[in-house]
Design a protein around this ligand. Structure first.
Ligand SMILES: [Zn+2]
Length: 87
């Protein structure tokens, strides 16, 4: 993995509207090109608002780990998990 999942979790969970972030994975080379994937649960049932939250998540990850491509997988609130990585 390129980035510790705990570090990604700490950054993402502080984004307003993010309720849960788990199954975090990263690959690539930090500082050259990193790729991050995660599952997200957000505090909105509106696709439009949920999308805005994922854009904020991507912007924060970009500030910390650029160049990075972040892929988020949105899940309904009932899927909340305490697991924060694949390990
Ligand atoms: Zn999940």
């Amino acid at each position: 993995m390129a980035i510790a999942p705990e570090a990604i979790h700490d950054a993402v969970i502080n984004v307003p509207g993010v309720l849960n972030c788990h199954d975090i994975a990263s690959r690539g080379v930090l500082g050259r090109q990193a790729f991050i994937e995660m599952h997200l649960v957000v505090d909105s049932d509106s696709v439009e608002v949920a999308h805005q939250i994922t854009e904020k998540v991507e912007a924060i990850l970009d500030q910390k780990y650029a160049p990075v491509r972040a892929t988020t997988h949105l899940e309904p609130k009932s899927y909340s998990s305490e697991q924060i990585s694949f390990v």
